[in-house]
Design a protein around this ligand. Structure first.
Ligand SMILES: NC(=O)c1ccc[n+]([C@@H]2O[C@H](COP(=O)([O-])OP(=O)(O)OC[C@H]3O[C@@H](n4cnc5c(N)ncnc54)[C@H](OP(=O)(O)O)[C@@H]3O)[C@@H](O)[C@H]2O)c1
Length: 259
């Protein structure tokens, strides 16, 4: 399927690994010029080279912290007029909510809510003026089904979701859409680090911890960054202009609700 976005310019935040990288790869496959981002310079360069080699697209590596003003300035210096913005950032660590200090709570809200809004503030009106814009926020299945210990992540991302539900309606007529993708369990470094922690806690192997989780998912496996990226690219496509303010849960059927 031709997604109709060849030549479009995309900034994909936090995309040197995992889900963000899956999105960057899929957008590059669709012919977009893509900014790939991560804090570690070597990793982001390697990801950009890998994506450019695989797709022949123009891929720009930007080593920067997306949560900082300086990092955001670097992203826009590399791509001043993005047509597509994929918001992503690391999530807060697993922690009992009783242990969260005020500063930790504020940091979590900044990381998983404020940063995405700041970037959207910068791109939204220019997108509307040009008559095309696609914004996708990587949130989490925990927005629909909160996970104890990840309360800060769930709360900040639910806040982002509600905040943008209003904003999305203000630009729909300008062919600018804002949607969220909610990952369940995807095979990335982050998920693997969870299994490492579980294995240490339970005195078992990482493999056993991963298998124990996989059997709880109707698909009996974890999602891949490629599957995630392809869904993201469709939401960024020319065909998706009538889809806005939506939450796409991709979790292999793990959330057992009808809606
Ligand atoms: N994987 C899952 O199953 C799953 C499920 C639900 C929600 N999520 C959420 O989805 C998001 C992505 O997860 P993932 O599994 O893809 O993680 P990952 O494999 O650990 O990749 C994270 C990527 O983000 C970059 N990054 C982290 N902090 C950054 C920052 N401040 N500025 C710029 N880049 C940054 C990392 O590079 P550097 O470290 O070099 O900066 C890396 O490229 C996270 O918010 C996670 O909580 C994931």
């Amino acid at each position: 399927m031709d997604l109709g976005i060849a030549g479009r310019k995309a900034i994909v935040c936090a995309s040197s690994k995992g889900l963000g990288k899956g999105c960057a790869m899929a957008l590059a496959q669709a012919g977009c010029e893509v900014v790939v981002n991560g804090r570690n310079e070597a990793t982001v360069k390697a990801a950009a080279e890998e994506i450019a080699k695989a797709t022949k697209a123009k891929v720009i590596a930007v080593a920067a912290d997306v949560a900082s003003a300086d990092g955001q300035a670097k992203l826009f210096a590399a791509c001043p007029q993005p047509d597509i913005l994929v918001n992503n950032n690391a999530g807060p660590p697993f922690r009992d909510f009783r242990e969260l200090t005020r500063q930790a709570m504020l940091d979590g809200v900044v990381a998983n809510m404020v940063v995405a809004i700041e970037l959207i503030q910068k791109v939204l009106d220019p997108m509307a003026a040009r008559g095309f814009g696609r914004i996708v926020n990587i949130t989490s299945s925990s927005v629909k089904a909160p996970i104890p210990g990840l309360d800060l992540s769930s709360g900040a991302r639910a806040g982002l979701t509600a905040f943008l539900a209003g904003v999305a309606r203000t630009v729909a007529a300008k062919n600018v859409t804002i949607n969220n993708i909610l990952p369940g369990s995807f095979d990335t470094d982050r998920l693997r680090s969870n299994f490492k922690a579980t294995a240490q806690r339970m005195g078992t192997s990482e493999q056993a911890a991963a298998e124990a989780r996989a059997v709880t998912i109707p698909a009996r496996r974890f999602g891949t960054p490629d599957e995630f990226g392809q869904a993201c690219a469709f939401l960024c496509s020319a065909h998706a202009g009538y889809i806005t303010g939506q939450n796409l849960l991709i979790d292999g059927g793990a959330f057992a609700g009808a809606f």
